[in-house]
Structures are given as C-alpha cells and as structure tokens.
Ligand binder design. Structure first.
Ligand code: PMP
Length: 287
C-alpha cells in the first residue's frame, strides 16, 4: 500500500502529494517544520512539538490556518491512515504559493503537510560504540539574524556544517555560535559530562530548544545528576569525561571523539548509557 500524505486536510498517495513550484517554502525556505516520533502508537511529547511549531510560525509572522488541536489530529490521523505505530513524522507549514518576489503578502494559503514514514536513525552500532564528530567552520546562525529557536525551512546553515562533517568522515558536526561557544550539532543538541555533572549549552547560546534535550534534562535530574545549563567552548568538549547528543531522530547517542581527540576513555561512558536507557524507558511509557 502506498504511503498516504496529508496536505491541507486531504490524504494523497505519495506519488500524487504535490504542491506548487511557486510556494515560498520552496522558493525561499519560507516556512516552518517539526520532526516528531511515535513509539508503539503513542506520539512522544505531541503537545510540545505542536506548540514549538506554532511558536516558530508566530516568530516568522506566519499564521497557521488550523488550530493546534486540529494540527494534533492531522498528525495522529496521518499515522492512523498509514497504520504506523513506530514512525517519524515530519510536519511542514509553508508560506504558500505567491509571486516570484520575497513579499509574503503576495502569497496565498499556507500549505500544511504531514508525512509519516519509517524512522531513519544512525547505524545501530554507533549507539554502542559512539559517534565521531568534528567542529564545523560554519557558525550557527546569529540569533539576531535568524534565531535558531525557530525551526524554519531554511536549514542551509546546518546543511553547510553537515557537509563539512561528512567531508571529514563524520555523521554529525559541532557548530559554534558567534561568540565561539559551543551551540549544538547540525540536527542534535549536545551534552557534556564532567565529574559526574551533566552540562549543556543554555538556550541563549543560540540553539534549538530541543524536545529531547528537555526530556533528558528532566530524566537526568530525576536520576539525581546535577544538570547545569552553561556557556562552554571546545575545550570543555575535549576535556569531558563523556559527551552525547540528543534529538528526535537520534534519541540519545554517545560521542567518543571530537576533532581527533578521544572523549574520556574513547568509549561511551556510564552516565550516557544510564540516560540512554532511561530515555528508552520513557518513550515506551510516556506520550
Ligand atoms: N538542534 C537542531 C538544529 C535540530 O534540527 C534538532 C532536531 N529537530 C535538534 C537540535 C533536536 O531537537 P529535538 O530533540 O526537538 O528533535
């Protein structure tokens, strides 16, 4: 059976799911999106994802033409029509079709697209042995230019850093902010563990407020670890006992090398493994 894709309230077969080439989402990256996971038929933190989508839209002055409740139903409905219980859901809201000029006032009807598909994670062995990363030369977007808290369709900043990573043989790359502090990776947030404490850059470092990041902060606190949001630089990563990344697709993944330096013992550490286990339990139990 062909995958059914939601566009503006209707379901289309994958091959027929199309929008205008005049859509400003395509022409200018003008729009917002979300990446969401369903585990055993339950959508993980659905409300938080829907809220972040509407906040991103608000910030770019885009009014989503359906309510948050309708959006949540479009997401669960797309999973249901496709009989998917474990899946990755991509929600996209574009500015809509307009003229060949930037002016968003010349656009009509924003397009709401929901795609539910198989999940694509890092290869399984990396969860056991850890990921190698490099620091990209491409800086994370300056918050005063395009705030990284907006999950916009304009992801070139991250894509350029990702290209640097893959050119260096790494599946992820660390991005620094305009102050030279560590911000986040191209599609994941970063955590650093030192002397038993869990540290992560604060939102003011210019990062996406990751929903997995939030969940892991909560889990770590519940488990009795001290969690500190603070400004860090690459030295903090190099001298860390453990490093891991978090993201909806990645979940919790250990990092064992950065810029050629082994992190800690060069193997995934005990706190990372503990939090990874706790995260798996959480997604199985919670929604
Ligand atoms: N940072 C960036 C730049 C991302 O694209 C993502 C993935 N959406 C994340 C962090 C992780 O966020 P979340 O846990 O909400 O998926």
């Amino acid at each position: 059976m062909s995958l059914k894709i939601y566009i503006g309230g209707k379901y289309y077969d994958k091959a027929d799911a199309k929008i205008s080439v005049y859509d400003h989402g395509l022409l200018y990256g003008d729009g917002v999106f979300e990446g969401i996971r369903a585990y055993s038929g339950r959508v993980f933190r659905l409300q938080q994802h829907v809220d972040r989508l509407y906040e991103s839209a608000r910030s770019i002055h885009l009014e989503i033409p359906i309510s948050r409740e309708e959006m949540a139903k479009a997401i669960t409905g797309t999973l249901a029509v496709n009989n998917l219980v474990d899946a990755y859901v991509r929600v996209v809201v574009t500015r809509g079709a307009g003229s060949l000029g930037l002016d968003p006032r010349k656009t009509t009807d924003p397009q709401i697209i929901v795609i539910a598909d198989a999940i694509s994670l890092y290869p399984a062995e990396l969860y056991e042995h850890g990921l190698k990363i490099i620091t990209a030369g491409t800086q994370r977007n300056h918050p005063a230019a395009l705030n990284p808290r907006i999950k916009s369709l304009n992801y070139l900043n991250n894509i350029l850093a990702k290209i640097e990573g893959t050119n260096a043989g790494c599946l992820e790359a660390l991005m620094l902010n305009h102050k030279g502090e560590i911000a986040e990776c191209t599609g994941d947030n970063i955590f650093v563990i030192r002397k038993g404490e869990v540290h992560t850059p604060g939102v003011d470092a210019g990062i996406l407020e990751g929903i997995t990041r939030d969940a892991v902060i909560e889990l770590a606190r519940e488990a009795g670890y001290k969690v500190v949001e603070r400004s860090m630089d690459r030295h903090d990563v190099y001298i860390a006992d453990e490093v891991f990344l978090t993201g909806t697709a990645a979940e919790v993944i250990p990092v064992v090398e950065c810029d050629g330096r082994p992190i800690g013992t060069g193997k995934p550490g005990p706190i990372t493994k503990d939090l990874l286990k706790r995260f798996h339990t959480l997604v199985r139990e919670a929604s």
